[in-house]
Design a protein around this ligand. Structure first.
Ligand code: G3P
Ligand code: CA
Length: 360
């Protein structure tokens, strides 16, 4: 299933959108996605974390996205700046404290209340919880030279990598939902973000790279935005699944499909699903793949056994905070034939064909 689906995407890309694919993310093996960059080693969503993900051999780099007040896409996981920047110190120093919205007694600084030029004055930090970078890990010394990254910068490093090496490291942007605006304005914010995303991907400066279906996955937890995107793009769409508690205030989010009907409903607007690891049972993976959906699992960290488990269950890809570990296990389980071996194999086939012709 995996091989035929991914090969189909590559053929579609070669036929419809860009130059023939001679180098790209692996099409015969599950992919490793650098989750928020190599966020187990460096502060999440920083350009340094994305670069490290590429160096560690990830097939895709994953930015979560929000729109700033002046409608620029920035790579951040949270709708507020509180957990991963020094906004509180900067707000106090610059007299921005009246920009906070008080929620549960806490001053929260929302991304959409700030212009990009303001956000760029902040320092990006590690979230510091399990699975994310901690000082002294050999990559991150705890000093803070980091900035919040724009989506343009993420595209820039992926594009430069392709231009310089001929090898595609794809981008896997997630359109993030905010509950802070309320349901209707939240969906309008999402669709504005989707439009901004498509415009950025289609910028002529990328020479068509990000219009190729093997170079991009677009993901969201919110089906409405994927349904909005479906008629606008041929790029593969991934529906993130989860089980939310009742009364979460979130628009409905699909769960990992338990039935063929549920999987078919997702397949109507998505090419794949992202499943959180505890829900990624063999049954769910099989049901989804039988409906023609790719299955990517989130989020694995530094335990090689977890990669073995999910690759063993046949997933099409994993989101990884530690891409070097994911890539090492993937390469061990799914080795690529050496070019010399492949060439010898090709010669042997040619020889066989010639022998058959002679005997005929
Ligand atoms: O997008 C897959 C995974 O990243 C979803 O979780 O919360 O890390 O964006 P989150
Ligand atoms: Ca994400």
């Amino acid at each position: 299933m995996r091989r035929s689906l991914l090969a189909g995407l590559v053929i579609a890309g070669a036929a419809g959108m860009g130059p023939d694919v001679t180098a790209g993310p692996l099409v015969e093996r599950p992919i490793v996605i650098a989750h928020r960059g190599a966020s187990g080693y460096l502060p999440e969503h920083t350009i340094e974390a994305y670069r490290l993900g590429i160096r560690q051999g990830a097939d895709f780099i994953e930015p979560d996205l929000f729109l700033t007040r002046d409608r620029r896409l920035v790579a951040l996981h949270d709708d507020t700046l509180n957990a991963t920047t020094n906004i509180q110190e900067v707000a106090a120093a610059k007299g921005w404290t009246d920009r906070a919205r008080i929620v549960g007694g806490r001053p929260l600084y929302y991304v959409f209340d700030f212009d990009l030029a303001e956000i760029r004055q902040l320092t990006a930090r590690s979230r510091g919880t399990a699975g994310y970078s901690r000082p002294g890990n050999g990559f991150y010394d705890g000093s803070e030279p980091f900035k919040v990254t724009t989506f343009t910068e993420v595209l820039e490093i992926a594009y430069e990598h392709w231009r310089d090496t001929g090898h595609i490291v794809g981008v896997y942007p997630e359109l993030k939902f905010t509950q802070a605006l309320g349901p209707a304005a939240g969906i309008a914010y999402l669709t504005a973000m989707a439009d901004a995303l498509l415009a950025e991907l289609a910028d002529p400066r990328w020479d068509g790279l990000f219009e190729r279906p093997e170079a991009v996955f677009i993901q969201s937890f919110i089906p409405a935005v994927l349904q909005y995107l479906r008629p606008k793009t041929a790029l593969p769409l991934v529906a993130l699944t989860f089980t939310l508690p009742d009364g979460s205030g979130f628009p409905p989010v699909p769960t990992c499909p338990a039935t063929a009907e549920a999987a078919a409903a997702l397949r109507a607007f998505a090419d794949g699903i992202g499943v959180n690891a505890p829900a990624a049972t063999e049954a769910c993976i099989g049901t989804a793949q039988a409906a023609g959906l790719l299955v990517h699992v989130y989020t694995l960290t530094d335990d090689p056994a977890a990669y073995r488990l999910f690759f063993g269950r046949g997933v099409d890809g994993v989101f990884s905070n530690h891409p070097d570990i994911g890539v090492a296990v993937r390469n061990e389980l799914f080795p690529v034939p050496e070019p010399a071996t492949a060439a010898l194999f090709g010669l042997a086939l040619l020889g066989l064909a010639a022998a058959r012709r002679v005997s005929a």
